[in-house]
Design a protein around this ligand. Sequence first.
Ligand code: HEM
Length: 149
Amino acid sequence: MTPTQIQLLRQTWDEVAVMGADAALLFYARLFEIDPTTRRLFAEADLTAQSNKLMTALAGVVQGLDHFELLLPTLEDLGRRHTGYGVTDAHYDSVGAALLWTLEQAMGARWSAEAELAWADAYGFIADVMRNAAWRDASRMGTVTLADG
Ligand code: HEM
């Protein structure tokens, strides 16, 4: 991530954050439309509360981008918890697509190819950290099972 990209992420995020939970609710509607398998994961969840958690988590990431290494342990823990919520690797792609779509809706004419690339990079990085942490745990458990057997 270049400093220019980080600045761009912050600018777009500020505009989306103004929409608050509305942006997040738009996001979930889009997510359930493009990937109906995600809907059952949130069956028990209060979507407004969930939306606030997602917005707060993303705000924290956007805030911490200058020192991404400090965010890594938090994102890894978040990734491990997501395995427990039933989230699969493919779900991360659906969430990425829904997120970019939502940002584009929120930004309207101010959305740009540069902003899209910066967000795709940032989300791809976050998703990889979360997925890899979950995957490492799963493979470690696999080793234990094999050794025990
Ligand atoms: C950038 C990626 C993501 C971020 C920052 C994020 C953030 C969060 C946060 C902060 C929570 C609150 C609980 C906790 O801290 O453990 C949460 C819960 C949850 N997330 Fe994510 N998430 C991401 C990706 C995903 C993906 C790809 C899915 C799958 C569709 C997903 C599904 C869920 C579910 C099902 C819950 C639990 C809802 C409940 O029953 O309370 N998340 N997420």
